[in-house]
Design a protein around this ligand. Structure first.
Ligand code: RUG
Length: 833
């Protein structure tokens, strides 16, 4: 556990009390004075806002103290640049981390308000697509918990991830207007506003010393205005900051048209500038290639870097010490333009010579890669970049030139090698490869699981690995136990707490002490009781959302993640069809609920078709009396953080069945195993490390390895050749093809069957027999309740490696070179005397 220190007198405030009477008073005051409601007339949402405003006052106090501490201690700061933060609801997480959840619940109860009822009304802050955005949120929470001076930077999208409705079996997207009721957790900072320029041209001035200085002139300017979201560390009083930028039209810009008397044009143009932060692109693992996306990326990067440099200078540090006092992590290539922007600011605004600016930039940045998939790798047409960011294009040319000169010197004559390394891809109509810019401009590049990092070094970055082998490191992802265990699974948390001391909440390594209880009968029985209650909670939610009734005394088999071909929801769906046919044939099959959840990118037709087919198959299965309640198939709509906290604790079997070599890491696999679900999975991403941690006997591994997949692809075996590898596979695919499960979507089913038989790019049919065997193995173990519970408890106890706190410590030690600050003591009253 991290040490605490006595408070420095300068950090003292006169904190608001956090006892029940004090909170009660604050909540009532906020209801009247901030929300503007008479308590007699207040709605549940009014109470939600009142309690949020009361807690907001307390969280910001702690933020002020933390900021003063960092300023006094001369710390090195970490800046996390991410286009996405999948935060979820903030009230309960903030209360829990601040250590005042129970007392606030008490205060509300005294006021006649049910905490659970109002907490449910909070919108999920869904400013992210999936794993990448959720990882960013976990990293911020962990930095605050462990006392790292960490700041998140991103975009305050007006509209977050779309709301998924299922209409006539299909996904329909509805806008996520998450700010429509206001947001008590944000602090607008109009004084923190930076200009961001687009378009225009570059004017060069030749200096007497031979250097050329550049001015980027004209074009359009947009203002980036800061909104701060304090992020509380777990029971440690440290509160870090997430700063999100919103686009605002510049005043000058408005005035130009107002003066010309064109009021409508001025307002319309104002709206156009503000579209930059309007909406999150709902694509996961696919590059979008739209001009607006490039503008979003540059917009938040430029504002963040201007802010970072401003803070550095305000603290009176010399500009050339920037990389000693700050570390900047690029979350994927989305913020990679930061490398060129940092150079621009140092060269043009701070007049630092090129070589020195380049040394600072490289020492400052590091880059996390989250995918090997070619379609996810961002490249921008040179022509677009020259038009939108002309100065940056010039800088990128020079970075590239100097880099190629360096490698030419080290590897003379290897022209093909230089071409492959170049930032400019000359083969596909001249494009800027953002991953290359990120690698060249960073001192460390990391993958997010051991297999992923090793594949990165062998494939995508093999050439760079030859140039700078020391640059590539692995940092396996993790998840925060505060949200994904303590909040999501109070029953299991209580069970663990009744057996071992509570230190594990800060130091998941201590969870190992729980391991001996896996063989204790009473603990296993208690575990089953917890799981059962969690299933009842999920069954109620499923009924509310879908109208489907599910039993809570059967296996819950879940596949919850974005819908994508490589994640192979179709593999699970084929298994549902197999079970369906076997029950119809009179076989005795283990009763189960199969639950799918996840969104498809709106432009990704195949993924949307997969959702429709799942829903149509589910409809037939769920209405067939022959199933006799032995098989239910549910597509749970609008999967988001808050629903994940209900689904995950109820799961028995965790489907992690991507085609080996395609899932960089996965983090759902970690959350589910931590909650005592057994994984059925391929040797992909972090599944391999999960297997090593939990033991091969406590996980169901199947299917081709990444190497075998490559070899299989090379052999070019037609997918249909696998139909006889399993006794039922042919009839299952034929049932799909012939529209047995279709409900108006016959053509769609035939197309999915054709796709499997003729294309099957992710080897669903090739892996099916092995998958079906692994499912049967899982079923056999499940029938032995004691054996299953033991394996489940061993999964829980052996998940310490997958704590986000370990992940953050590895970044801190191996990449950022920062140390945690002593954390402030947990009791708010401790420094008031
Ligand atoms: O697909 C990956 C997951 O495997 C991974 O766990 C997660 C966090 O590292 O990132 C996901 N990801 C990758 N999201 N977007 C991308 C490509 O930009």
């Amino acid at each position: 556990m991290t040490e605490t220190t006595p408070p420095n007198p300068r950090h003292r405030l006169s904190p608001l009390t956090c006892d029940a009477p004090g909170l009660r008073q604050s909540i009532r005051d906020a209801l009247v004075r901030v929300v503007g409601k008479d308590p007699d007339l207040a709605t549940p949402r009014d109470w939600l806002h009142a309690v949020s405003f009361a807690i907001r006052e307390r969280i910001i106090e702690r933020r002020v103290v933390t900021r003063r501490q960092f300023a006094d201690e001369d710390v090195k700061r970490v800046y996390y640049l991410s286009m996405e933060y999948l935060i979820g609801r903030m009230l309960e997480a903030n209360l829990r981390n601040m250590g005042i959840l129970e007392v606030t619940q008490q205060a509300l109860q005294d006021l006649g308000v049910d905490f659970r009822e109002i907490a449910r009304l909070e919108e999920d802050a869904a400013l992210g697509n999936g794993g990448l955005g959720r990882l960013a949120a976990c990293i911020l929470e962990s930095m605050a918990t462990q006392g790292y001076p960490g700041y998140g930077y991103g975009i305050r999208y007006e509209y977050g991830m779309f709301q998924q409705h299922i209409e006539h079996f299909r996904q329909v997207e509805h806008p996520d207007n998450w700010l429509r009721f206001g947001n008590p957790w944000e602090f607008p900072r109009p004084e923190k506003t930076f200009p961001v320029r687009f378009y225009g041209y570059v004017v060069e001035h030749h200096q007497p010393d031979g250097e050329t200085s550049c001015n980027w002139e004209n074009g359009e300017e947009v203002l980036a205005m800061a909104y701060d979201y304090p992020t509380a560390g777990y029971e440690r009083r440290n509160v870090n900051n997430l700063r999100l930028w919103a686009a605002k039209a510049t005043r000058d810009f408005d005035l130009r048209y107002f003066n010309e008397g064109d009021y409508i044009r001025a307002v319309a143009d104002k709206n156009e500038s503000e579209t930059i932060s309007m909406v999150l692109y709902p694509n996961d693992a696919t590059a979008i290639g739209k001009e607006l996306r490039l503008k979003q990326e540059y917009f938040f990067v430029s504002a963040s870097l201007q802010d970072i440099i401003d803070r550095h200078l305000q603290l009176e540090y010399p500009i050339d010490e920037l990389a000693d006092k700050a570390a900047i992590q690029l979350n994927d290539t989305h913020p990679a333009i930061a490398v060129a922007e940092c150079m621009r600011l140092l060269l043009d605004e701070h007049r630092i010579p090129w070589d020195q600016a380049w040394t600072i930039t490289r020492n400052l940045f590091s880059y996390t890669n989250h995918t090997l998939m070619p379609e996810a790798l961002e490249t921008w047409p040179v022509a677009l970049m020259e038009r939108v960011l002309p100065r940056h294009m010039g800088i990128i040319y020079r970075i590239n030139h100097e880099f190629i000169e360096e490698v030419r010197h080290r590897f003379p004559g290897e022209h093909e090698f230089f071409r492959r390394l170049s930032i400019i891809d000359e083969d596909h109509g001249r494009r800027v490869r953002m991953a290359h810019l990120a690698v060249i401009g960073s001192h460390r590049v990391n993958g997010v699981a051991a297999l992923h990092t090793s594949l990165l070094k062998q494939t995508l970055f093999a050439d760079f690995n030859r140039v700078w082998p020391e640059r590539f490191v692995n940092v396996t992802n993790g998840v925060t136990p505060r949200l994904w265990m303590i909040q999501a699974n109070p029953g299991l948390t209580e069970l663990i707490e009744s057996r071992i001391s509570s230190d594990w909440k800060f130091d998941l390594d201590r969870l190992k002490q729980f391991e001996p209880y896996a063989s204790d009968d009473a603990t296993r029985e208690a575990f089953r009781a917890v799981k059962r209650r969690n299933k009842e909670r999920l069954a109620a939610l499923v009924h509310k959302r879908t109208g489907i009734t599910i039993r809570s005394d059967v296996m819950y088999d879940v596949q919850i993640k974005r819908i994508h071909e490589y994640k192979r929801q179709l593999l699970k769906l084929l298994h549902v069809i197999e079970l369906y046919q076997r029950i119809r044939d009179g076989e005795d099959v283990l009763p189960r609920v199969v639950l799918f959840a996840g969104k498809a990118a709106p432009g990704y037709q195949r993924a949307k078709d997969i959702i429709a087919v799942i829903n149509e198959v589910a409809d037939i299965v769920n209405h067939d009396p022959a199933m006799g309640d032995r098989l239910k198939c549910v597509f749970f709509p609008n999967y988001e953080v808050s629903s994940a906290t209900i689904i995950i604790p109820a799961a028995d079997l965790s489907e992690q069945i991507s085609t080996a070599g395609f899932e960089a890491s996965g983090t759902g696999n970690m959350k589910l195993a931590l909650n005592g679900a057994l994984t059925i999975g391929t040797l992909d991403g972090a599944n391999i490390e999960i297997r090593d941690a939990v033991g091969t006997e406590n996980i169901f591994i199947f299917g081709m390895t990444a190497d075998e997949i490559s070899a299989h692809r090379a052999q070019g075996i037609p997918p249909g050749a696998h139909l006889d590898s399993h006794p039922r596979l042919r009839s299952m695919v034929e049932a799909l093809r012939d529209g047995f499960f279709s409900n108006g979507g016959r053509h769609l089913h035939a197309e999915i069957a054709r796709y499997l038989l003729e294309e099957d790019p992710f080897f669903v049919l090739a892996d099916y027999a092995a998958y079906s065997d692994a499912c049967a193995q899982a079923d056999r173990m499940y029938q032995d309740a004691e054996a299953w519970s033991e394996a489940a408890l061993l999964n829980v106890a052996r998940m310490s490696h997958f704590s986000i706190d370990r992940t953050v410590r590895e970044y801190a030690q191996n990449i950022w070179n920062v140390v945690p600050e002593p954390v402030l003591p947990p009791c708010p009253e401790a420094d008031t005397n």
